[in-house]
Design a protein around this ligand. Structure first.
Ligand code: LMR
Length: 392
């Protein structure tokens, strides 16, 4: 049977990890996969996570199963983190999932189960794995305009014109903040217009929020989600703890659904059912750490402080990069880097230029010229600027 298997295309982002490792050059620079790194290139365990792990090791007395939905304390805390008080609690259902990707997958499956044939609208471009999962599930996809290649900002008029074609019960996938791969984000006013369109068309929003706290702050990054949540009857949210808690390998995320209060119990039951079908119980270790951090005032303060340090560090790198490129290219062409938010910016280089940077300078970025800002430091900012100017 296995002889009939066809090779699968390599994931363009994950492929870079292996290529970078295999490169023997000492001065190589990794701007590929979206993992936070400090100035020394290390991905640290956050202080609050380490402290919670110590406490957990002392206090945990059993490894028996939690519930199918995970620990309610976890998904309640996550719903609170993302939604604040924008919707009544009796409208919220949620489950723990293996990472944000697990939540994305379950959300798509829920839609497929209840509305087979519903079109999923995704931004052009989007995180490649969104498209890959949708293809795997055989769900119809339409792209909506999002990134303006000239301004490197959002083509909001194009986006609205395209989304006006969405039908009732189509799914519209939005990035909650820190758009991946472009770094260009909706303003709060834009979110209001999107909410109007959702109400008018009856299309259902699904918001993937994987970088809350990496853009403008924990609450500011969730403001768009909260605005939409306060306006629409139904909403799906895929939230990740990989980046803002730095617990990538623990696979910690949550799928949150907002429905009317009368439908909450059935919605909750369906989310738990999908967990059972796919992997039974969700992973617990990371979820437990997150719960401890979000509900213990001391741990929470420590986490928020460090997250803010991380966010401000990336902002400083953005400003330094934009300034350095101004000098190196004698133009304001790359000023958008300082205006973008989150880990990523799409530079607007050709695939050939990206390849030259890799071959000639050992600088690794995704083929669409997405860079991970956190892969830079004070020493490499000018190196990258010079190399980019060299391939223009
Ligand atoms: C990324 O976009 O680099 C991250 O979300 C990691 C991944 O799984 O692709």
């Amino acid at each position: 049977m296995f002889a009939a298997l066809k090779p699968q295309p390599a994931d363009k982002i994950l492929q870079l990890i292996g290529q970078f490792k295999a490169d023997p050059r000492a001065d190589k620079i990794d701007l590929g996969v979206g993992v936070y790194k400090d100035a020394t290139g290390h991905t640290p365990i956050m202080r609050a996570v380490k402290a919670a792990e110590k406490q957990l090791w002392e206090a945990e007395t059993t490894k028996t199963y939690t519930g199918l939905a995970g620990d309610p304390a976890f998904y309640d805390a996550m719903a609170e983190l993302v939604l604040g008080d924008s919707v009544a609690k009796d409208r919220i259902s949620a489950v723990a999932t293996p990472g944000g990707t697990g939540a994305v997958r379950q959300a798509f499956e829920l839609v497929k189960m209840v509305k087979p044939g519903a079109t999923v609208w995704v931004s052009d471009p989007t995180w490649p794995n969104h498209l890959s999962i949708l293809k795997h599930l055989g769900m119809p996809v339409k792209l909506y305009r999002y990134f303006d290649a000239d301004t490197r900002g959002v083509d909001f008029a194009g986006m609205m014109a395209d989304l006006a074609g969405a039908a009732k019960d189509d799914l519209i996938l939005l990035h909650g903040c820190c758009h991946n791969p472009t770094g260009a984000n909706l303003t709060l006013a834009d979110w209001g217009v999107v909410a109007d369109l959702l109400v008018k068309t009856g299309a259902v929003p699904m918001i993937d929020i994987a970088y809350q706290g990496f853009g403008d702050g924990l609450d500011a990054d969730a403001a768009g989600v909260r605005l939409v949540a306060s306006r629409v009857p139904e909403l799906l949210i895929a939230a990740s703890c990989s980046k803002n808690f730095g617990i990538y390998r623990e696979r910690t995320g949550a799928l949150i659904a907002v429905s009317d209060a009368a439908g909450r119990e059935v919605t909750q039951g369906n989310l738990a059912y999908l967990n059972r079908q796919n992997y039974s119980f969700p992973p617990d270790h990371g979820a437990r750490l997150v719960t401890m951090i979000l509900t213990d005032p001391v741990l929470r303060r420590e986490w928020e402080t460090e997250l803010e340090e991380v966010r401000l560090g990336m902002l400083k790198l953005r400003e330094a990069m934009a300034a350095e490129l101004r000098k190196a290219t004698n133009s304001d062409r790359f000023d958008f880097i300082a205006a973008h938010r989150g880990m990523f910016s799409r530079l607007g280089l050709t695939e050939a230029q990206v390849e030259r940077l890799k071959q000639e300078a050992g600088i690794y970025m995704v083929g669409d010229s997405r860079i991970n800002i956190a892969g830079l430091n004070d020493r490499t900012v000018p190196v990258l600027a010079k190399a980019i100017a060299g391939v223009l």
